[in-house]
Design a protein around this ligand. Structure first.
Ligand SMILES: Cc1cc2nc3c(=O)[nH]c(=O)nc-3n(C[C@H](O)[C@H](O)[C@H](O)COP(=O)(O)OP(=O)(O)OC[C@H]3O[C@@H](n4cnc5c(N)ncnc54)[C@H](O)[C@@H]3O)c2cc1C
Ligand code: SF4
Length: 524
């Protein structure tokens, strides 16, 4: 086993949350090392192919359980940029009410910070990442202090074809805020609307971390070690400080990386697993887990799609993977006649043949599928809903009895949607179906079966006010070990119904700056 030179901060995972920590700490003059399980991607690597893009998704081995296991394999990122390298670039914010669900409704959890406290960080992340959108239109739902740095993306018929139908149903729309350049921004070009964002944007119009925070952190001296698989966080004999991490390199050789502070930014499934596997006699249930909350309160978003086939060309090859329009009109937690939780409705995006178009009719094979695809390449589009699930302790990550190649237990991810989420999802899908029908397509149908599809994996190491309700404080600093931090969506006490990356980067910026400012009292 080789022991590396001690650094100020070691960051586990080079996704957007790890990238923000790396950038802020490197900017503050700290010696930073980022250990990343996957490769060090370059834009030149990217191929506009859905088959090729599968190689961007590769989580450390895991096991799924529960009635509605999440699609973790498709959710995980691998390599520099994490899953933001191939994500869809929708960039909404949480609604102010998302931060106080427990105090307002007696359900779920509260965040330890308010929307107003996070709002300046949302604005700064918008400027740093580069967001296109229409803040003025979004202000009909809640305050947004600053305009986005770029105007909204170009709209195409795959979205605009529903505009009159939304209006007829009394649902106002706004442009989806998007982490894609609508105009040249910070030396990166404007988007060409090729729709291949989910294979990695090969021109850098999409704000992947490799053209943003990660690139900046490296320019300031942060070192990145690809193919580094972190297995454990190490602690001192007294058990009151972390001292670094243990990892295996691409040649399967073991290393110790000593550090003053450890930041776990390896996504919501892998972070609890590493904490459990780091158990010692002083931390028999795993690190920062005296209250047994590590791994608990896992959440997914409940997805639904309503499909529409038009007899005209809706230009579904054009645009971006992000939706064009969205609305918070159904966002109130009690808006649905049944169930509970927010619903976020979105419409219009580019779709490619394999996952996009053919996925609309998974029941078809052979000639019927070929016939469908011929019509779909011109006429298919959709309206989608994303629904909120509340945190429940039963939805969790625990250790499996299966071991990885180094003899450490893998993560077992257990998840089931409760009836309130399913009811709300069902209600939202029915409403979307009515809107689709009003646009008078040739054919309309509801995607999915009786249970929601899932996306995103949030919670598992939630933040809160103290050890009675959480693993970390509002900065991601664990309550038990002052120099162990967690970054990413695992910190979310509730998830709202919107895509999470904007919020997790804003939370990371706040946590990283707090760490940088108080470094001498935090680090070992
Ligand atoms: C197909 C898809 C579409 C999406 N679309 C959107 C969207 O439109 N809008 C939105 O807001 N969000 C979207 N997301 C979610 C978004 O990508 C995530 O919220 C975000 O990337 C999470 O950031 P993170 O830094 O916490 O984790 P990740 O991006 O998952 O990065 C974690 C990194 O840690 C590494 N890692 C894991 N285990 C270890 C280990 N043991 N040792 C070392 N490294 C490790 C991984 O390889 C990975 O690179 C999408 C995700 C997917 C998969
Ligand atoms: S649609 Fe725009 S952001 Fe997406 S891959 Fe093409 S150029 Fe890049």
């Amino acid at each position: 086993m080789a022991t590396q030179e001690k650094v100020d901060v070691v960051i586990v995972g080079a996704g957007p949350s790890g990238a923000v920590f790396a950038d802020v700490l490197a900017r503050a003059g700290r010696k930073v090392v980022i250990l990343e399980y996957g490769p060090d991607w370059d834009m030149k690597d990217f191929v506009s192919s859905e088959m090729w893009a599968k190689r961007l998704k590769h989580a450390p081995r895991f096991e799924l359980a529960g009635r509605n296991p999440p699609g973790h394999g498709g959710n995980a990122g691998w390599g520099t940029g994490g899953s933001m390298l191939h994500f869809y670039a929708n960039w909404p914010r949480l609604h102010p009410d998302d931060f106080r669900v427990k105090s307002q409704h007696g359900r779920g959890l509260d965040w330890p910070i308010s929307y107003d406290e996070l709002s300046p960080y949302y604005d700064r992340i918008a400027e740093e990442v580069g967001i296109a959108g229409d803040a003025a239109a979004e202000r009909q739902w809640f305050p947004i202090a600053k305009d986005y740095p770029m105007p909204p993306m170009k709209a195409f018929k795959n979205g605009t074809i529903f505009n009159a139908a939304f209006k007829a149903h009394g649902i106002p729309l706004a442009a989806m805020p998007t982490s894609i350049n609508s105009i040249p921004y910070k030396g990166r070009p404007a988007c060409t609307n090729c729709g291949w964002c989910h294979a990695g944007c090969a021109i850098g119009a999409g704000a992947q971390p490799i053209v943003g925070h990660l690139r900046d952190a490296r320019a300031r001296g942060a070192a990145l070690r690809p193919f580094s698989y972190v297995t454990r966080v190490l602690t001192n004999p007294g058990g009151d400080r972390v001292t670094g991490v243990e990892y295996y390199d691409g040649k399967k050789e073991q290393h110790v990386q000593p550090a003053g502070v450890v930041v776990l930014a390896a996504y919501s499934a892998e972070v609890p697993r590493i904490m459990f596997n780091s158990a010692t006699d002083k931390h028999p249930k795993g690190l920062a887990n005296k209250n047994e909350l590590v791994g608990k309160y896992l959440m997914c978003h409940a997805l639904s799609t309503v499909w529409a086939m038009f007899d005209e060309d809706v230009e579904n090859h054009m645009g971006t993977a992000a939706y064009q329009f969205m609305s918070y009109a159904h966002y109130g937690k009690t808006h649905a006649k049944k169930g509970f939780g927010s619903t976020f409705i979105r419409t219009g995006s580019a779709m490619k043949p394999n996952a996009g178009l053919s996925g609309a009719r998974p029941d078809l094979f052979g000639q019927p599928l070929a016939d469908f695809m011929k019509r779909a390449v011109r006429g298919l589009t959709r309206i989608g809903n994303s629904g909120e699930e509340l945190p429940r302790a039963e939805n969790r990550v625990e250790l499996s009895s299966t071991k990885d190649e180094f003899g450490l237990p893998i993560a077992r991810i257990i998840h089931e949607f409760d009836q309130a989420t399913v009811d709300c999802w069902d209600y939202g899908r029915d409403q979307a179906f009515e809107i689709v029908k009003s646009a008078k397509p040739e054919e309309a149908w509801k995607g999915g079966g009786a249970a929601p599809g899932s996306s995103h994996l949030l919670g598992g190491t939630v933040m809160g006010t103290d050890t009675s309700n959480s693993v970390t404080n509002s900065y991601g600093q664990t309550h038990e070990l002052a120099n162990l931090y967690i970054a990413g969506g695992g910190l979310f006490p509730t998830e709202g119904a919107v895509n999470p990356t904007n919020t997790l980067m804003a939370v990371s910026l706040r946590g990283a700056e707090h760490m940088a400012k108080n470094f001498s009292t935090i680090a070992s």
